[in-house]
Structures are given as structure tokens and as C-alpha cells.
Write a protein that binds this ligand. Structure first.
Ligand SMILES: [Zn+2]
Length: 262
């Protein structure tokens, strides 16, 4: 039996992705539970910042922390709103400079359909794994989050920036030649932005998730409502646990919940 506060799983790239759950006192290799019966029990809330037992508002934080912390500023979801490169503070300039003023990658990924995204260069593979992308390719490197964000906004007129999580989990994805898609995408970036980027030469990356049985019609598990759940783990993909009865549990959207795993 293990108990702890949910935080998004840590992943390790390899022939098959290995997932870890950091439960403070325990560091669980999640792949070991594949094909085994698991019980999840909901035991309350603990804000990932202030540790209060207030209801979790978003991203693992209570409402107060969510609106206070620099890590949940609007520029996280909308990189084009980044202003640290202009020395303009949103919530904490020092923090924002550290995160925003570093190389970012604009990429194409296929988890359900082709989508465009932006992430810190240091986070690239992790980002793709978290999305459950089967394949992904870097387009270009930008010197900071703002330029990457502006480039993404341009490309959003051609590509989606969202993943259809049901299709992703059901392995229902488009077959595409990502090298070709990349060449086409680069041509769509306006010169004014393109001149500030370094085009990337990397090949597409293929990601293999530890899934022994692909679910058919997935249903989202609401552990707060159900209070507990029992099922046989059949896969882990993106940040989802996939069970034999087609229930799927999104660890990321349940951050800050105190959970017992049996
Ligand atoms: Zn809090």
C-alpha cells in the first residue's frame, strides 16, 4: 500500500517509456503494476504549494496559490504573452526571466492529429511523452518563449494546438510523413519571425508507451466522485493510467489529490 499526493508522473525515454510516481516517501515505478490489479482510494486534497487541504482549483494548486504563483501565469498556456525579455513583470520577474529567457522549441507532434506546440528545449521529450505523442519532430529553436509563442500563433492558423485525448488513448492517430510536414510547416512561418529562429535538423522521434491492451471506448475516471476504484492496469500513456474496463485516469488533472494505491 502506498499513499501520497499526486504529481504528474516522471517519465524516462527508452525503447519503451518508463513512468515513475513520486510519493515523497516512495518512488514508484508504475510499469511494474501493468497487468496487475490496482485499487485507488481518494483521501482528500493537499495543495502542491501551501499544503493546505483546501479543494484543488487547478493544476494541483488551491485557488489562492493558483492566482499567486508565477508558475501559473497566463504566459504558461499562452507563450506569446511572455514579457520577461522586455523586463516586464507578470508575477515574479526573476522567475519569469529564468523560465522564459532560454531556448524554446517549436514542434509538430502526432498524438491524435497533427498539432503544433512550444516548449522549453530542456523539456522537449518530456513534453511529447506527457501528450502521448506517437511521433514528433522539432521545427525550429527560438531564443526565448515569446518568439516561440508568436511563431506558434502563426502556425495555429494551419494546425491545431490541442490533443484529442480520447483518440490519443484509443490509438486513433493520423499516419503522416513528419519530415514532409515539417518542410511544409517551416514555409508557413512569416520571414520576420523565421529570421529569429534556428531551423532544426533532427529526425522525427517515435515514442513507444507501455500499453499491453489498447482501450476501446475510454471513460474518464472521476476519483473524487467515485471515492475509490479497482481495476487491472493495462497501460500508461501520456499522463493516463489505462485500465482493463476502459476507464482511464489522468494523473496530471488530478494533481494535488491525496491518493492511496493498493
Ligand atoms: Zn495553496
Amino acid at each position: 500500500m502506498f499513499s501520497g499526493v499526486l504529481k504528474k508522473m516522471i517519465s524516462e525515454f527508452g525503447n519503451e517509456i518508463v513512468y515513475y510516481l513520486d510519493f515523497e516517501n516512495e518512488f514508484l515505478i508504475m510499469n511494474q503494476f501493468l497487468d496487475k490489479k490496482m485499487k485507488l482510494i481518494f483521501n482528500g486534497y493537499e495543495c502542491l504549494n501551501c499544503k493546505s487541504d483546501e479543494i484543488i482549483f487547478r493544476q494541483g494548486y488551491c485557488k489562492k496559490c493558483f492566482y499567486d504563483l508565477p508558475i501559473t501565469g497566463d504566459w504558461i498556456m499562452k507563450p506569446e504573452l511572455s514579457k520577461a525579455h522586455l523586463n516586464i513583470e507578470d508575477r515574479n520577474l526573476e522567475y519569469e526571466k529564468k523560465i522564459q529567457i532560454q531556448p524554446h522549441i517549436i514542434y509538430l507532434a502526432v498524438s491524435s492529429h497533427l498539432k503544433v506546440g512550444v516548449t522549453r528545449k530542456s523539456q522537449l521529450t518530456t513534453r511529447w511523452i506527457d501528450q502521448g505523442a506517437h511521433q514528433a519532430i522539432s521545427l525550429a529553436e527560438a531564443p526565448n518563449r515569446f518568439i516561440a509563442g508568436v511563431c506558434e500563433v502563426e502556425l495555429k492558423s494551419y494546425y491545431s494546438d490541442k490533443t484529442n485525448w480520447r483518440k490519443m488513448l484509443e490509438n486513433n492517430f493520423e499516419q503522416l510523413d513528419l519530415k514532409k510536414e515539417k518542410d511544409m510547416a517551416l514555409k508557413k512561418i512569416p520571414e520576420k519571425i523565421y529570421s529569429q529562429l534556428i531551423p532544426k535538423k533532427d529526425d522525427p522521434l517515435t515514442i513507444n508507451f507501455p500499453v499491453v491492451k489498447t482501450p476501446e471506448k475510454v471513460k474518464s475516471l472521476n476519483i473524487i466522485k467515485e471515492n475509490n476504484f479497482e481495476g487491472t492496469l493495462k497501460g500508461i500513456k501520456g499522463q493516463y493510467l489505462i485500465f482493463e474496463d476502459n476507464s482511464v485516469f489522468n494523473i496530471r488533472s488530478n494533481e494535488g489529490l491525496i491518493i492511496t494505491i493498493k
